[in-house]
Design a protein around this ligand. Structure first.
Ligand SMILES: [Zn+2]
Length: 121
């Protein structure tokens, strides 16, 4: 069983250790994938904690939780990954059973040994 983030290894060896705080993302892409997995697994704390403190106020916990839980997450597609920039598409079914694509270019930042999600558009 491959991880829901699209990597070719099981969740237990891929995104789960990151979400559980047992290991740290070494790249922005790894953090991105684990954040997608956190949406799939409703790991809302992880989504809040991995958002950079400077932009955390723009991402309300309630909204994150609502979006995570109301959606059925289908697939993550990384279109571009370089340094602190990731472009991706996340496919999900919304609460009206419509298939939606969330297309985002995200910025990440590395502080010490910790990657954070800063913002996306
Ligand atoms: Zn994964």
């Amino acid at each position: 069983m491959n991880c829901c983030c699209g990597n070719d290894k099981p969740f237990e060896e891929c995104c789960q250790p990151l979400i559980q705080g047992k290991s740290k993302a070494k790249t922005a892409e790894q953090l991105m994938r684990s954040r997608y997995a956190a949406y799939v697994h409703h790991a809302i704390d992880y989504l809040v904690e991995t958002t950079h403190p400077s932009t955390r106020k723009y991402y309300r916990r309630k909204d994150i939780e609502k979006w995570a839980k109301e959606s059925t997450w289908l697939k993550l597609e990384i279109l571009f990954a370089s340094g602190n920039q990731i472009e991706f598409k996340a496919y999900f079914r919304d609460k009206s059973f419509q298939i939606q694509t969330h297309h985002e270019k995200s910025t990440f930042v590395l502080e010490g040994d910790t990657w954070f999600y800063v913002e996306g558009n």
